[in-house]
Design a protein around this ligand. Structure first.
Ligand SMILES: Nc1nc2c(ncn2[C@@H]2O[C@H](COP(=O)(O)OP(=O)(O)OP(=O)(O)O)[C@@H](O)[C@H]2O)c(=O)[nH]1
Length: 452
């Protein structure tokens, strides 16, 4: 997959450097994107849907100030491709409770046993105490394989080589692991022969699940299944409400795009992806990060910085809109604003991006803050307690001293930030008052500023 989708990186670079008129360049890009995705086995219907919405947005949307049309187009492609692979989700990989029991299921050869060890290693690196259980009584070599892998990564292992009662082994071994003080138990189960045997697979899953009561049942899917993964993922997703999916062997197939997008279309949670045979070769699957890499956004660092700051400024816009309706701004808003200002420039400039605010007089001089001051103020806000953040009026002399020490700044710096906070608050209140006044006279500021 990586080789096929590698061409996406080239496509992005060529687009950003290209000299063709915008509409022509967009059409060419879309054609190449379609070819690449189809080669990666992504479903034709999904490809058409994706490229239609890219085209529509590309011709309709106006880039925000400071961003060129071509750059904005790449942001659109980035958004839409992320949606194709599952959207903005960040899977919850760290358990909310311990001991946490994960049971792996999947067809034979999908990579279950290897993934069991990979996941154990992943959690071990984050300070958990995983334990591996072999409940595969179907393939005799599975016991030795997992036992050896557990030695390699130095994780406790439990299984019974002679027994054929997978349900009993799973139950007994899970108890054993918990008695060993393990806080994540990973159970490997037997695979079935082919893709036609989902029913037997789901049945066994239900039997073992009944006896060990896992917190999560994870289905392991081989990426080389391509689009066929859709049916299996859909059935699994509807059979278990606590299911997640790991897609293995993404490194070794041209069909990876098909498997990933097909599973994402079922709305199942893809938690991990396997990207190699070695134990550390597993990654948490975050569609946006994944697509960022496919598009080579990591290589175009200035663009990714810009895109990030756009996302930031969208958040600032939202917060300002809320502040305007309530007439009150919080220190958390100021924090985000300071971070954004470091990338986008003075507040006056950011305010111009917000519909309805561009007409407002903002005192640019008062709002100007130096880089050094911003760094200090961010550190100051970082050292405040939640209570102080919510209600800055409680910050007396004593608290100021504590905050200044905690942030490595002076009391004067803390005072200055609080003064700035007051200033922005007054500004927001004034704007709210003006807006209400204008409204009284039937003037819609948002409309006027958009028409400008
Ligand atoms: N390239 C690559 N190979 C992988 C990956 N994950 C697993 N494999 C390989 O896939 C093969 C099958 O993996 P196993 O872990 O034995 O599969 P299994 O699902 O436990 O098999 P059964 O126990 O028969 O159901 C092995 O050769 C693994 O090394 C991956 O992410 N990338």
């Amino acid at each position: 997959m990586s080789t096929v989708l590698d061409s996406l990186k080239k496509l992005v670079v060529d687009f950003l450097r290209g000299k063709d008129p915008y509409e022509v360049a967009v059409e060419n890009f879309i054609k190449e994107l379609q070819k690449t995705l189809l080669r990666a086995d992504v479903n034709v219907k999904l490809v058409l849907q994706l490229t239609n919405s890219i085209r529509e947005r590309a011709l309709k949307e106006k880039p925000p100030p400071l961003v060129s049309r071509n750059e904005w187009f790449i942001k659109i492609v980035y958004d839409e491709l992320s949606n194709l692979f599952g959207g903005d989700v960040k899977p919850q990989v760290f358990p909310q409770k311990t001991p946490y029991i994960i049971m792996l299921v999947g067809v034979q050869g999908s990579g279950k046993t290897t993934t069991a060890a990979k996941i154990a290693y992943f959690y071990k690196r984050y300070g958990y105490r995983p334990c591996l259980v072999c409940a595969d009584t179907y393939r005799p070599a599975a016991y030795d394989q997992l036992s050896q892998l557990s030695k390699q990564i130095d994780v406790p292992f439990c299984g019974e080589q002679k027994s054929t009662d997978a349900v009993n082994i799973a139950k007994k071994c899970t108890e054993w692991c918990i008695n060993q003080n393990s806080n994540i138990v990973i159970i490997d189960t037997a695979g079935r022969h082919g893709y036609g045997e989902e029913e037997a697979l789901l049945k066994e899953m239900q039997e073992i699940a009944k006896s060990v009561n896992p917190d999560e049942i994870m289905m392991i899917l081989d990426a080389s299944m391509g689009q066929k993964a859709y049916e299996l993922a859909l059935r699994f997703h509807s059979a278990t409400p606590i299911g997640s999916i790991t897609i293995t062997k993404l490194d070794g197939t041209a069909k990876g795009g098909g498997a990933l997008s097909a599973v994402a279309a079922t709305k199942a949670i893809i938690k991990f992806i396997g990207v190699g045979e070695k134990i550390p070769e597993i990654e948490v699957f975050e569609p946006r990060r994944f697509v960022g890499r496919l598009l080579g956004l990591g290589d175009i660092s200035t663009l990714i910085e810009k895109l990030k700051s756009i996302e930031h400024s969208e958040e600032v816009e939202k917060r300002f809109a809320k502040a305007l309706s309530t007439g009150k701004i919080t220190l958390a808003d100021i924090y985000l604003q300071l971070q954004t200002m470091r990338k986008l420039g003075p507040l006056a400039k950011i305010v111009q991006l917000i519909p309805g605010l561009s007409m407002m007089p903002i005192d640019d001089k008062q709002m100007k803050i130096t880089e050094e001051k911003m760094r200090k103020w961010l550190a100051i806000i970082d050292s405040m307690t939640y209570e102080e953040l919510r209600n800055p009026s409680i910050i007396d002399k004593n608290r100021m001293v504590k905050i200044a020490i905690g942030s490595g700044t002076t009391i004067e710096d803390v005072k200055e930030l609080l003064k700035y906070y007051e200033l922005v608050n007054t500004m927001i209140k004034n704007i709210k008052r003006r807006k209400t006044l204008f409204k009284k006279f039937g003037i819609d500021l948002a409309k006027i500023s958009q028409e400008q």
